[in-house]
Design a protein around this ligand. Structure first.
Ligand code: SF4
Length: 465
């Protein structure tokens, strides 16, 4: 149970594999991947593109290795970049062995397509020797002939059977360090295939809608497909496939994860579409802000709203809020509270300055307290909360022996007290200890003002005996 249970996503339990330094599956963060579209033989161009993807936040990058010249260039590429590199191998087992030797962190290869058992064995041996994992990549467009004959057309059952057939080959070689993808350009087919696969195995799943289209249509299609899967807890790593600059794939991937609260990176801008009531040019302002704030990696929220209809309400939920006001006098909110007015100043410059300052503050606070670290609180301890909104007092207890503080319901905290007013106090029940996990705001500390904008989980424990 979390602070806001309606936002909870329960991830499917998967085993964990390693792609270089990046963990995939289990409780590892859902990683975002992309793929280069340069010639791998052009190492300099490929390195440049991988670095651009790294800067955009990519956790893992895949490069094609269609020939021996490409695997020959791979070592130089791997050495020049930070992110783990996945070598995309089609059919030739020798490319897989060369890629493993060159330092690839993962091989994208379907063992059923590379020929004899001895060849599979050689590839597995190379992977084991060089600490490589693998990805089995089933694609509706290239299903095995016998499965197409059996099922008549690409369908979820055929895709799952193909994936399990490939998996069995690796299992027979005592190799379990792999993840599986089951992609189709048809959203319904891909989603159904992933859902079925998620039920019959515990391998980590690399999710994606393949050949999704150009930037806009592909983003929409991927958001529908991946959004549905991730919301249902399916997916351990993702790639958004767009006919566009691969950097856009990474941005869209993070935006999907951000929308579902699964991962946060950079500034989450909440903005209105604008209308005749707007008191400044919302669209232009947001467009420029998104460019100017692209360098911020600290997770935080910024609302940019054209007028007071929705501005104050949105601002209350964000780190920095900006609402258009009459006579060119706009309102700035910090940590959900009105802070100052803005008139005759460049809005974008001012907001960029505020966001940069806030990001530095959050970073410093996290460095001091340890992000998400838990602070033990003694039974009976009174915690002061300088909060802006009653809702923020919703602290949910999540441990097995816990109780849940419902919003505005002091009675749900037996033995304790709960005052939902801003600045109110929460007193722990006399007979329980607690851990308070603070995600945002000032460092957690028992018995003192925890600052505005507190969000956290309160985990209560029965008394120690
Ligand atoms: S918040 Fe105001 S400016 Fe923005 S769309 Fe709504 S009414 Fe229009």
């Amino acid at each position: 149970m979390s602070v806001r249970p309606y936002r909870d996503v329960y991830r499917r339990k998967s085993r964990q594999v390693r792609v270089g330094a990046v963990l995939v599956g289990g409780d590892a963060p859902i990683s975002v991947q992309s793929m280069t579209n340069t010639l791998t033989t052009d190492a300099a161009a490929t390195i440049r593109q991988v670095r651009d993807l790294e800067a955009a936040g990519a956790d893992i990058v895949r490069v094609s290795c269609p020939d021996a010249e490409s695997t020959a260039a791979l070592g130089e590429i791997v050495r020049a970049v930070q992110v783990p590199i996945v070598a995309d191998i089609h059919f030739h087992y020798k490319r897989a062995i060369e890629a493993a030797e060159a330092g690839a962190a993962c091989l994208r290869i379907n063992p059923g397509n590379i020929g004899s058992r001895e060849r599979v064995r050689e590839v597995v041996r190379a992977a084991k020797d060089h600490g490589c994992s693998m990805r089995i990549g089933v694609n509706a467009g290239s299903l095995e002939r016998d499965l197409l004959e059996k099922y008549g057309e690409p369908c979820p059952e055929a895709m799952v059977e193909s994936a399990l057939n490939h998996a069995r080959i690796l299992e027979d070689e005592d190799f379990f360090e792999f993840k599986i993808s089951c992609k189709a350009s048809d959203v319904f087919l891909a989603v159904a295939a992933y859902q079925s696969l998620a039920e019959v195995c515990d391998y980590p799943l690399h999710v994606g809608i393949t050949e999704a289209g150009g930037l806009r249509a592909g983003t929409v299609k991927s958001s529908i497909g991946l959004g549905g899967l991730l919301w249902a807890g399916v997916g351990d790593t993702l790639r958004v496939s767009l006919s566009a600059d691969p950097v856009e794939e990474v941005k869209v991937g993070f935006d999907i994860l951000k929308s579902l609260g699964l991962r946060h990176r950079g500034v989450n801008v909440v903005s209105c579409p604008s209308c005749a009531r707007q008191q400044f040019d919302v669209i232009k302002t947001v467009e420029v802000l998104e460019q100017r704030l692209a360098h911020i990696t600290t997770p935080m929220t910024l609302s940019v709203i054209g007028c007071v209809v929705n501005g104050p309400g949105e601002a209350r939920e964000t780190d920095i809020g900006f609402t258009g006001g009459g006579n060119g006098t706009h309102q700035v909110y910090i940590n959900g509270l009105p802070d100052h007015r803005l008139k005759d100043r460049d809005v974008v410059d001012h907001l960029v300055e505020l966001v940069e300052r806030k990001a530095a503050e959050i970073e410093a606070a996290e460095a001091e307290s340890g992000a998400g670290s838990r602070t033990p609180l003694a039974a009976g301890r009174r915690i002061l909360l300088a909060i802006s909104e009653p809702e923020i007092v919703r602290l949910a207890a999540g441990s097995r022996h816990s109780r849940h503080y419902a919003r505005g319901d002091p009675a749900s905290a037996p033995g304790g007290g709960h005052d939902p007013r801003p600045g109110g106090a929460l007193r722990l029940p006399r007979n329980v200890d607690a851990d308070l996990r603070v995600y945002r705001g000032v460092p957690a500390a028992a018995g003192r003002d925890l600052g505005r904008g507190l969000q956290g989980d309160l985990h209560l424990h029965r008394p120690r005996r």
